[in-house]
Design a binder for this molecule. Structure first.
Ligand SMILES: [Fe+2]
Length: 343
């Protein structure tokens, strides 16, 4: 499980709240079978959990009473699973004041769930599932768990960009969100004393976080703005483009050329310091966004964006990108971000 957050409040009244992104459950190992689970088996089981069992619904537990002493945490509360809420009680051992461990038994049928089988019946899940818990308490969590934005239906009807390419791309985006959640969780516990510019756990996490957060932002911009009919810009953004590039054709040619030079991204952004639009290039998710610039159009030129449909023909992909741009989304950005239309 990689997407979760828990808050144990030990103020005047002790309380425990746990939120779990059910699509972040991971299959680690299976025991008792004739053969160990393969990577494909694990992926198939995870897909079954997402598509047929938990349906990506959130899992939430909140306590109604908590008794905490030096050696034991006794919790009573309510667990919401598949939209149904039922009472659940469990005890965890407390070790060293910061480590909690133990297990909770969840009887699936009490939440209206039918225990499922996988691998054509070779793997059967019992009704009573024992959930192992082993957590180390940290300081108050600074970050919220993030969830992927939904895949908008118009993305499945693009001109020249196939559904399978969109699905594969969207899966990558979901991975960036999951990794961001995993990284912020690790950051809460990482050793700051060992910070080092050459190599350290903190450095690795900070660099990875920049990549993951930028990737989320880039892909949300990218997916939101597709699903339109392309053509020429209209409305406020047309005024900006014509002012700063001379014409829509000149803007398109420059963004395409910028995209041909990039190893990751090209963006049309409004630069607040320059007071104008500019097409910037990026070699990776987190290089080289410009401080104090607001992206209005995000063109993904990583190979994963086009190799399924266009092979290595990036130019043809960029043409398809322009043909699917939704200018109303770009104009919404101009208004929402209050880009000035006059200098
Ligand atoms: Fe991408």
């Amino acid at each position: 499980m990689i997407g979760w957050s828990a808050t144990l409040d030990v103020g005047d009244e002790v309380s425990l709240v746990l939120d779990v992104d059910s699509s972040s459950l991971r299959v680690r190992e299976g025991t008792g079978g004739m053969q160990p689970l393969t990577g494909d088996d694990k992926a198939n089981i995870e897909q079954t959990i997402n598509d047929e069992v938990l349906l990506r619904t959130p899992i939430r537990f909140h306590s109604t009473s908590v008794d905490l002493d030096d050696r034991r945490l006794s919790v009573e509360g309510e667990l919401t699973l598949m939209g149904q809420t039922h009472p659940l009680a469990f005890e965890l051992a407390v070790e060293g004041g910061t480590r909690l461990w133990g297990s909770v038994v969840v009887k699936q049928s009490e939440w209206g769930m039918t225990p499922y089988t996988a691998l054509f019946g070779a793997l059967t899940v019992t009704d009573e599932v024992e959930v192992g818990i082993d957590v180390t308490l940290g300081a108050a969590e600074e970050y919220e768990l993030r969830r992927p934005q939904e895949l908008k239906p118009a993305l499945l009807e693009l001109e020249g960009i196939s559904r399978s390419a969109v699905f594969a791309h969207y899966n990558l985006y979901e991975g960036y969100v999951a990794k961001r959640n995993e990284i912020v969780e690790k950051l809460a516990a990482v050793d700051r004393g060992g910070a080092n510019q050459v190599s350290s756990a903190l450095r690795a996490l900070k660099v990875e976080l920049a990549f993951a957060i930028s990737a989320i932002r880039n892909h949300e911009l990218y997916f939101e703005q597709l699903g339109g009919e392309g053509r020429n810009p209209a409305g406020a953004v047309r005024r900006l483009i014509e002012r700063d590039f001379g014409s829509a054709d000149a803007w398109r040619a420059d963004l395409k050329a910028t995209g041909m030079t990039g190893r990751g991204w090209a963006w049309t952004a409004y630069d607040w310091d320059e007071g104008r639009l500019f097409n910037y290039v990026g070699d990776a998710e987190s290089t080289f966004p410009i401080w104090n610039a607001t992206p209005l159009v995000a063109l993904d030129v990583y190979e994963h964006a086009y190799v399924l449909d266009f092979g290595t023909d990036r130019e043809a992909y960029i043409d398809a990108f322009f043909a699917n741009l939704d200018w109303s989304v770009v104009n919404d950005r101009v208004w929402t971000d209050r880009i000035p239309l006059t200098r």
